[in-house]
Design a binder for this molecule. Structure first.
Ligand SMILES: *Cc1c(COP(=O)(O)O)cnc(C)c1O
Length: 364
């Protein structure tokens, strides 16, 4: 990223001089790196400020463009707020939205998606991996249903891109949101994949201006951030398989270590259909916020970072049928590329000590 902040300062939209060409080349390399990660063509990649914007562009852009064909969207109750709040807003502008429920493990049933589709449906939007509980939705099955029913399929892949294999052809995905900072890239940059053929997806631009990116998303491209996103995708593609195995081993060790010392641990989300780096647990008799305050050396969260300003039980955990108490006692452990075996040992010891102390206080 660094040379593009200073040495190669050109604007990729400057077509008439060398500085512009150098910047444009960096952008094109990044486009190839991103498209390679998800098996798309580089012509199908559009840069945005992150997955929040990508989700907005997909939902708003499709519903505005296809308004004459219908006004119905199908999504799921446990989606990220960037999808849910956008849907609520679209409902105020004449759209109808079906919010499908999930089972006790957090999974949506593809047959439910099929039954929800009507002749007014234009879009199905379902996330690949949930950001709180890590469950992996059956995207390929849902994609097949959407294409059979001739309904567009958007996937929020902020949590899965670079962690799990994604193939937009095999999974029959029409639009896909990516965020750089979820795969070790810089914050403030993301991408939206928009299918170019079979079918050719059309989008009503939400940010208009200089006609950048074929008019779909105007604004000067942030070349250093784009170079960072591209490089992050390249590294992820190369490391994904070995990294997933290593992270899964760390998670299993953490889960086993905590289960051995803490009775009545509840795992939130499906036991195996989940992202290797996600472990979401409810600790009976120990409130999540107190637990976090009691172990300042461990960086964990209750719900998601995106909604942690709100003191309310997680709507995702409530959707699994958890009680308020169970939802308030939930902690999300995220294990990533740079975590070590030793850190898992320290985490087990610290969590066990803190939970025991809080449970004892509560019994008094
Ligand atoms: C983080 C996240 C987003 C938002 O991404 P930003 O790039 O931070 O805007 C959207 N969806 C999911 C599932 C996420 O995890």
């Amino acid at each position: 990223m660094l040379p593009y902040f200073t040495k190669h300062y050109g604007n990729p939209a400057s077509r008439n001089h060398y500085f512009g060409w150098v910047a444009d080349e960096a952008v094109e390399i990044a486009r190839e790196q991103i498209s390679a990660l998800i098996h798309a063509s580089e012509k199908e990649i559009y840069f945005t400020s992150g997955a929040t914007e990508s989700n907005n562009l997909a939902l708003r852009g499709v519903t505005e463009m296809y308004r004459n064909q219908g006004n119905h969207i199908v999504t799921v109750v446990s989606e990220h707020k960037a999808v849910l709040d956008t849907c609520v807003d679209l409902e105020q502008h004449g759209c109808e939205v079906t919010y499908l429920s999930v089972d006790r493990t957090g999974l949506v049933d593809p047959e439910k998606v099929r039954r929800a589709i009507t002749d007014k449906t234009i879009l199905v939007s379902i996330m690949h991996v949930n950001n709180e509980i890590g469950v992996i939705q059956p995207i390929a099955e849902i994609g097949a249903i959407c294409h059979e029913q001739e309904v567009l399929f958007h996937v929020d892949a902020a949590q899965s891109a670079g962690k799990l294999p994604i193939d937009v052809q095999k999974m029959q995905i029409d639009l896909l949101s990516v965020s750089a900072h979820k795969l070790y890239g810089p914050k403030g940059i993301g991408a939206l994949y928009i299918r170019r053929k079979q079918p050719r997806v059309q989008i009503k631009p939400q940010i208009t201006g200089g006609g950048h990116q074929k008019g779909i998303r105007s604004g000067t491209l942030p070349v250093p951030l784009i170079a960072g996103l591209g490089e992050a995708c390249k590294i992820a593609a190369a490391e994904m398989e070995t990294e997933a195995g290593r992270i899964l081993a760390l998670r299993n060790k953490l889960h086993a270590g905590l289960s051995a010392e803490i009775p009545n641990l509840v795992l939130n989300g499906h036991p195996c259909k989940r992202l290797p780096g996600n472990l979401n647990l409810s600790f009976a008799g120990a409130e999540g916020e107190s637990l976090i305050m009691g172990m300042p050396d461990i960086a964990v969260s209750t719900g998601s970072a995106c909604t942690s300003s709100v003191i309310a039980p997680s709507y995702v955990l409530k959707a699994l049928g958890r009680t308020d108490d169970q939802a308030y006692s939930a902690i999300r452990f995220g294990i990533g590329r740079f975590n070590t075996d030793e850190e898992i040992d320290i985490t087990i010891a610290t969590v066990v000590k803190t939970v025991h102390r809080l449970q004892k206080l509560k019994r008094k």
